[in-house]
Write a protein that binds this ligand. Structure first.
Ligand SMILES: [Zn+2]
Length: 432
């Protein structure tokens, strides 16, 4: 059966080489969905003619965007969003790691997983690369709930054997065995993928990084995620811990933790040599501006990443980040670039690309998601701001699609998500 979703359609279509990314806007548009796949994206009137028997979901007056993609967000950290007044390493030891240790029971882990996944869907996020728990049972629970949620989830057990509280510490052998068991059970299950996840070099001995390299070599299609160059004290600590390494990136490079599908969060303080080697190694960066500002970690040299052709996308980094909204994160990225002498001039089309198509390409799934092109999975979000709110008034006054989208990035938050679908299946609907 064909289903038609009628709305103001906005996306950044997969651009032919050289065309430059631009907005596609269909003011009274629709997508036709069959078997979870987008068959057509066109004017509503044209699609009604083509599919007269289709079941109509009439969201006329609302905005329909491709499902949003968050490439860096921490499952255990929802409860500590908004922990103010600390730089990274203090924030970790005083608030974050104790909260992560609380997932040591099924009683705590299952509701935490459900709340986290619901928060993603409620913010229009349909695909996420999720930093997991250090506790294997909690991570197993997370995968169970992720499979039930219908969201496209990539995730993995966080690994570390030092600089962590006891419940989160595991030696290299335990890390290998727990990761292996989770990979065997969940990698490629229901469209999910596993991501090898050393927390950061600070908390990983060389034995752990070696385990990560083995897991990656052994497992086809596995992703990799970690942190790098977030904070000056962190970078200095890594230098002391790895006296042989010429820089932070070298601590990962030595163990083969590079290549497409390797996502490094932050990269605020890289050297020229690191940028050169990151580009050559085809790794990608998760740029998390609200987290960087909140923790006072620094500012992202976006122009430099463009110059070196290091791929990046915008991500929430909950709970250093200030929430799950990738619209808010886009606004934070825009504002951060406005503050820099070499800031990149980001327009609404570029911001949308950074939370959809660019993120899909980094995860290697841009042939399936990231825009509303026919043939792609029907992953989308319908944004419908409360009628009496500020955003509704601004959208009503907007005269171009870019103005509407700019207003969305600036003002749309969780309460504006009316419906989120993954593969044509509803994963969130706002209570009426
Ligand atoms: Zn992070």
């Amino acid at each position: 059966m064909t289903e038609l979703y009628r709305a103001h359609i906005i996306d950044v279509p997969a651009d032919p080489p050289g065309s430059g990314a631009g907005l596609r806007s269909l003011e009274d548009g629709a997508i036709a969905v069959e078997d979870g796949v987008i068959r057509a994206c066109d004017d509503y009137a044209a699609l009604m003619q083509r599919y007269p028997q289709a079941q109509l979901h009439d969201w006329h007056g609302s905005i329909l965007l491709p499902g949003l993609i968050d490439i860096h967000v921490h499952f255990p950290q929802l409860p500590i969003i908004g922990s103010m007044g600390m730089p990274l390493l203090t924030w970790l030891s005083e608030r974050t790691l104790p909260a992560e240790a609380a997932l040591n029971s099924e009683q705590n882990a299952r509701p935490a997983a459900r709340r986290f996944l619901r928060s993603l869907a409620a913010n229009g996020t349909t695909t996420a690369l999720v930093f997991g728990s250090h506790i294997a049972a909690a991570q197993r629970t997370f995968f169970e709930e992720a499979a039930a949620s219908g969201l496209r989830i990539c995730s993995g057990l966080s690994l570390g054997d030092r600089e962590l509280p006891p419940p989160l510490l595991h030696n290299a052998d335990q890390c290998y065995r727990s990761s292996r068991a989770l990979i065997d059970r969940w990698h490629h299950f229901n469209g999910m993928r596993y991501a090898v996840t050393p927390r950061f070099s600070v908390s990983c001995s060389e034995a752990i990084l070696e385990v990560c390299g083995s897991l990656m070599r052994e497992t086809e299609g596995v992703l990799f995620q970690t942190h790098i160059n977030e904070n000056h004290d962190e970078v200095a600590l890594v230098k002391r811990q790895f006296p042989w390494a010429e820089d932070y990136f070298a601590t990962y490079e030595r163990y083969g933790l590079t290549g497409p599908g390797c996502v490094y969060a932050h990269n605020l303080h890289p050297t020229e040599s690191e940028c050169r080697r990151m580009a050559a190694a085809a790794v990608s960066i998760a740029h998390c501006p609200s987290s960087n500002a909140f923790l006072g970690s620094g500012s992202f040299a976006m122009q430099r990443h463009l110059d070196y052709q290091i791929p990046f996308a915008v991500a929430s980094d909950v709970g250093g980040g200030t929430g799950f909204s990738l619209f808010k994160e886009g606004l934070a990225a825009y504002e951060m670039q406005r503050q820099r002498d070499d800031g990149v001039a980001l327009d609404p089309a570029a911001l949308l690309h950074l939370i959809t198509g660019a993120a899909a390409a980094i995860l290697g799934i841009d042939d399936q998601v990231g825009s509303l092109d026919p043939g792609k999975q029907a992953d989308f979000v319908i944004v419908n701001p409360p009628a009496d709110g500020t955003l509704a008034a601004v959208i009503e006054a907007a005269s171009t699609p870019a103005q509407k989208l700019g207003a969305l990035f600036t003002l749309a938050r969780e309460e504006c998500t009316a419906l989120t679908c993954v593969g044509g299946r509803e994963v969130y609907r706002r209570a009426t």
